[in-house]
Design a protein around this ligand. Structure first.
Ligand code: CA
Length: 443
């Protein structure tokens, strides 16, 4: 579950947090944090938190500047949706997901029976949320949430989530030390924030604890429980890739227009494989994020259920498509557009290969544009007296391709430090969704 923030509010938070951070000397930070914690006690007590739990949770508390930084992060490079999809539905993630399906066959079968939620979508959410539990976030959730409150970064959200987090701690589902998650308190394999955990988490393995941090049965059951409550319909697809009739402009149709599939069919919008719609009366809306230049989709009830996890349609598309690929489905028939600002996976990989060859970054090229790539692009732009925006454009790729073969250079780490960002699953920035929202990194 990613926390979606309004861009305008982010800018405001950035301003107030910067004031809060830089106006005070170190001792004042400590005083502010202590006063803040004391001020939190009455609400915690009223919610049934015991003094012992509260004291344990805040022993030695100091606010975490990284949380403020991450909460205020705004991507300098806005990923086109095609790049976002390539990253989340990569060959590696499909391959690992298939292994997870095989390893957890019996569990997933029992979840399908109990919740009516398809095993492929459960595993797809697991893959997209935490890369199958390998990237759950490593920040203490109590500290992160209290930081969001005490620094004024996101106090309303923080207060509600902190009370829910203290209840989890008091119940003994997880120790304080192991209660980790993202900067925004999204926790464990499923990336549930504390209030979502309170409502939807499940003790599948029956040990009396709802453990989404280390129990795979509890985590996958929690995801299934959430999707069921979000209205998942058993045995139905999330949607279909479609062909638009010639001259049809999808931008003239609101993404909120819901019509039966039979109506869309009458308008000439059919599945790419030519198969009929299995339930023509199902209500669908048209989603064509790149207009006529990329693939188009008719999305159904289960797509809307996935949006309960994260309101970005690109997220729901990634989960839906990954679930199809895990089931053995094919890539989209229509490619995402490529042009000056939309490089293909091959072009991005080639871009990184050239940056590495010229000693501007290190690592293995993987086509995922992360901070190290952006920094290397800037270094190249500076060296050529070009405008420095770090944007990996087609013009720059061609310029790099025209460079004479590099001498045998020793690759240097980029200015940002270790070159780990190549190959790292960097959340980066995603193009703002049509709702005007932007997703921010989890950790
Ligand atoms: Ca359990």
């Amino acid at each position: 579950m990613r926390i979606i923030l309004n861009t305008k509010s982010l800018i405001l938070w950035a301003g107030s947090a910067a004031l809060a951070l830089f106006a005070l000397p170190a001792q004042s930070f400590a005083d502010r944090d202590q006063a803040c914690v004391q001020a939190l006690w009455p609400a915690a007590k009223a919610a049934g938190i015991k003094q012992e739990t509260f004291d344990r949770a805040f022993k030695g508390f100091t606010s975490d500047p990284e949380v403020v930084e991450q909460a205020n992060y705004q991507p300098e490079y806005v990923k086109p949706i095609g790049e976002y999809m390539d990253r989340l539905v990569s060959d590696k993630r499909i391959e690992t997901g298939k292994q997870k399906l095989a390893e957890n066959q019996a569990l997933l079968g029992s979840l399908e029976t109990r919740y009516g939620v398809d095993r492929h979508v459960i595993v797809a959410i697991w893959g997209v949320e935490s890369n199958y539990g390998t990237q759950p976030g490593n920040k203490n959730v109590i500290r992160s949430l209290a930081t969001l409150i005490c620094t004024g970064t996101k106090p309303s959200f923080g207060k509600v989530q902190l009370i829910a987090a203290l209840k989890i701690l008091q119940h003994g589902d997880i120790s304080l030390e192991a209660m980790n998650g993202s900067w925004a308190g999204a926790m464990g394999h499923t990336q549930f924030i504390p209030t979502t955990y309170a409502t939807f988490a499940v003790d599948q393995d029956g040990d009396g604890k709802r453990d989404i941090w280390s129990s795979i049965p509890d985590s996958l059951a929690s995801t299934a429980s959430y999707l069921k409550r979000a209205g998942w319909q058993s045995g139905q697809s999330w949607g279909y890739e479609v062909v638009l009739p010639k001259g049809f402009d999808p931008k003239r149709v609101s993404e909120n227009t819901l019509k039966p599939l039979s109506d869309w069919q009458r308008m000439g919008i059919v599945r790419v494989n030519g198969a009929p719609y299995p339930r023509p009366s199902d209500k669908a809306s048209l989603f064509a994020p790149e207009g006529t230049r990329g693939p188009s989709f008719l999305v159904l009830n289960n797509f809307r259920a996935i949006l309960h996890y994260n309101v970005a349609k690109s997220y729901a598309l990634a989960v839906g498509h990954l679930s199809d690929r895990l089931r053995g489905g094919s890539p989209f028939v229509h490619p995402w557009p490529t042009d000056e600002t939309h490089l293909s996976l091959e072009q991005r990989t080639e871009f990184q290969r050239l940056l590495i060859a010229h000693g501007l970054m290190t690592g293995e090229p993987d086509g995922v544009i992360g901070p190290a790539t952006l920094e290397a692009v800037k270094t190249y732009q500076r060296s050529k007296d070009l405008g420095v925006d770090g944007f990996p454009s087609l013009t720059l790729l061609k310029a790099l391709q025209r460079e004479p073969p590099p001498p045998n250079v020793e690759a240097k780490p980029t200015a940002e430090g270790p070159p780990a960002n190549v190959g790292q699953d960097d959340t980066g920035g995603l193009a703002p969704s049509p709702e005007g929202l932007t997703s921010v990194p989890k950790n």
